[in-house]
Design a protein around this ligand. Structure first.
Ligand code: AMP
Length: 197
């Protein structure tokens, strides 16, 4: 079973992906986490991605699609994948459709996390203050200015994948502002329906 979580940065996709990994034995593939690992390792891809990520812009589609395609070959993806932060453009969505149909392993569901953007900015500021107070490192793109750019990029470049998946009759929506348990219950009921279909 493969599924996609869509939503602006800070909507809670990562938190839900981790819960789903345990519950359904799926593998979370977060392109953001994968790219941060590339940056930390100093790879060619990491060098190309770093400044783009620091600004909150999108890394070019071909680099992302190649990265995901090779990652999906690994054994831990056999049971299915939760795509978290991918696809982020219609071109990426089309590339994913062809990858999955080649493997004969279609999407079970696409779940959109609907959120209030101003509340996301508030949540980010609280998270950053808490991390700083605890002496933890803060991500380079975790600041209000970059978040506002990432939200704009989401609206302009990522939101068009919503009608794309609606047209495929794949899209379900959850209230991303609800509590973690409530969101998780909504996601589970969407997946149970998808599995039964
Ligand atoms: P995230 O942790 O998902 O918010 O991703 C952090 C940053 O990595 C984003 O702001 C982008 O610069 C880059 N990134 C992550 N996933 C993608 C993607 N699917 N396409 C393009 N850029 C991405």
């Amino acid at each position: 079973m493969n599924l996609i979580l869509i939503g602006p940065p800070g909507a809670g996709k990562g938190t839900q992906a981790k819960i789903l990994e345990d519950k359904y034995g799926l593998k979370q593939l977060s392109t953001g986490d994968m790219l941060r690992a590339e940056v930390a390792s100093g790879s060619d891809l990491g060098k190309k991605a770093k400044d783009i990520m620091d600004r909150g812009d999108l890394v070019p589609d071909d680099l992302i699609v190649d990265m995901i395609a090779s990652r999906m070959e690994a054994d831990d993806c056999k049971n299915g994948v939760i795509f978290d932060g991918f696809p982020r453009t219609v071109d990426q969505a089309q590339a994913l459709d062809s990858m999955l149909s080649e493997k004969g392993n279609p999407l079970a569901a696409v779940i959109l996390f609907e959120v209030d953007e101003e509340e996301l900015v508030g949540r980010l500021n609280t998270r950053v203050e808490q991390a700083k107070a605890a002496g933890q490192e803060v991500r380079a793109d975790d600041n209000e200015e970059t978040l506002r750019n990432r939200l704009q990029v989401y609206r302009n470049q990522t939101a068009p994948i919503i009608p794309y998946y609606e047209a495929e009759d794949m899209l379900s929506r959850v209230d991303g502002m609800a509590s973690i348990d409530e969101v998780s219950a909504s996601v589970a009921s969407i997946l149970d329906k998808a599995k039964a279909a």
